[in-house]
Ligand binder design. Structure first.
Ligand code: SF4
Length: 369
């Protein structure tokens, strides 16, 4: 395992080990959990830059210079029955986030028009509730998805919480849903300390129903909640196991009124290192930087791509603001990156390491269900 000793010059041993792991991943191989944990435990800025250089090469090899852009619409806001510690939309926390019922067609189609104008691949309907059962609400949700799909403007995505039956997943697929956001959030070990109203297994089971229905999976997590590096490492391996197609990494933006309101932010280099480690573990997946990037990375936002990210959540998040899309597009242009991703790129991905039976809840700052 790589040394964790802090130093500010490149350690020759670390350099050699990074080269060995990097070449292995570039050659189509994979790294073990112990090897990955060594990467998460790197301390010096010099070593982290070396790690990022390899992660960038891995991104370039498997993702080229294409960057996948997604956006979201808060389709049902606030008053969620669940107690996710990081979420401004939980009814357990007194926050100033908006509250309203499920949206009419117009705001969704307006969001799709705006997204298309900026070359954004997908619009995801995100609802702050525990999940979906069969009934009138599912009918209404399917109507919104159908309208979005038939508009032909963007890929119709959704993040609608926990699903408890195969039938619900099939209905969403029939309505035209292509990709479902459902985060695992963190490691299986750390999750129960952050949410007690549903389980990690509920999230894993939901992903299983969706995959069986032929729906692509957008599943990642949120970092900066006090989890250990080991928790981040285990999250990445869990996402590999469930076969997530898109892996959003959210960085905690402490919202007043949540238990995290006074939580110190993660240092930017720790965030970039985490992204790079995810690229080593998930070399062919879309690693998307979602909520919290503006407030946590500030002027270092563009470095997410040199750390291995291949996708970006653009536009505003559910409860907080992002920088303008135009600024993000300029950033990509300045980096020589191309936002013209299309759905065929999903086909280039690895199959999951094993079959397995998690809401984009908490995406971002945090993006809810
Ligand atoms: S993350 Fe999702 S399930 Fe959890 S409180 Fe927020 S909206 Fe509800």
């Amino acid at each position: 395992m790589l040394s964790t000793m802090s130093r500010q010059t490149i350690d020759a041993n670390v350099r050699a080990q990074l080269a060995e792991l990097g070449e292995r991943v570039l050659g189509g191989g994979s790294i073990t959990r112990d090897e990955a944990l060594g990467l998460f435990n790197l301390e010096s800025t010099a070593d982290i830059f070396d790690l990022m250089a390899w992660a960038n090469r891995i991104r370039e090899k498997f993702k080229g210079n294409k960057i996948h852009l997604c956006s979201i619409v808060n389709a049902k806001a606030g008053a969620c029955s669940e107690n996710c510690s990081f979420c401004a939309q939980s009814s357990f926390h007194q926050t100033g986030s908006p509250r309203y019922g499920f949206v009419d067609p117009e705001p969704v189609l307006e969001a799709a028009t705006e997204a298309k104008k900026h070359g954004v691949t997908a619009v995801g309907l995100v609802a702050a509730w525990k999940g979906l059962n069969e009934g009138p609400m599912l009918d209404e949700v399917c109507d919104r998805i159908r309208e979005l799909a038939s508009s032909g403007k963007t890929r119709p995505d959704a993040s609608l919480g926990i699903i408890k039956s195969q039938k619900v997943a099939e209905r969403l697929k029939e309505a035209g849903l292509e990709c479902y956001g459902h985060n695992l959030e963190t490691s299986r070990r750390f999750f129960p300390s952050q949410c007690s109203t549903h389980s990690y297994e509920d999230r894993i089971e939901t992903i299983g129903y969706l995959k069986k229905a032929g729906i692509k999976i957008c599943s990642g997590g949120i970092i900066g909640m006090g989890e250990t590096r080991e928790d981040r490492c285990d999250l990445a391996f869990s996402l590999k196991e469930v076969g997530a197609n898109v892996v959003p990494i959210n960085i905690l933006n402490p919202i007043p009124g949540t238990p995290f309101e006074k939580t110190p932010p993660l240092p930017p280099m720790e965030i970039l290192k985490t992204i790079a480690c995810f690229r080593f573990i998930l070399p062919k997946k879309e690693i998307m930087i979602a909520g919290g990037r503006t407030v946590n990375l500030r002027d270092m936002q563009s470095m997410v791509f040199t750390a291995g990210a291949s996708a970006l959540m653009v536009g505003n998040y559910l409860t907080t603001l992002n920088q303008p899309v135009e600024k993000d597009l300029q950033m990509l242009k300045d980096l020589g990156l191309d936002p013209s991703w299309d759905n065929h790129d999903f086909a280039d991905q690895d199959e999951p390491t094993q079959s397995s039976n998690g809401c984009r809840c908490g995406d971002a700052e945090p993006v809810a269900t």
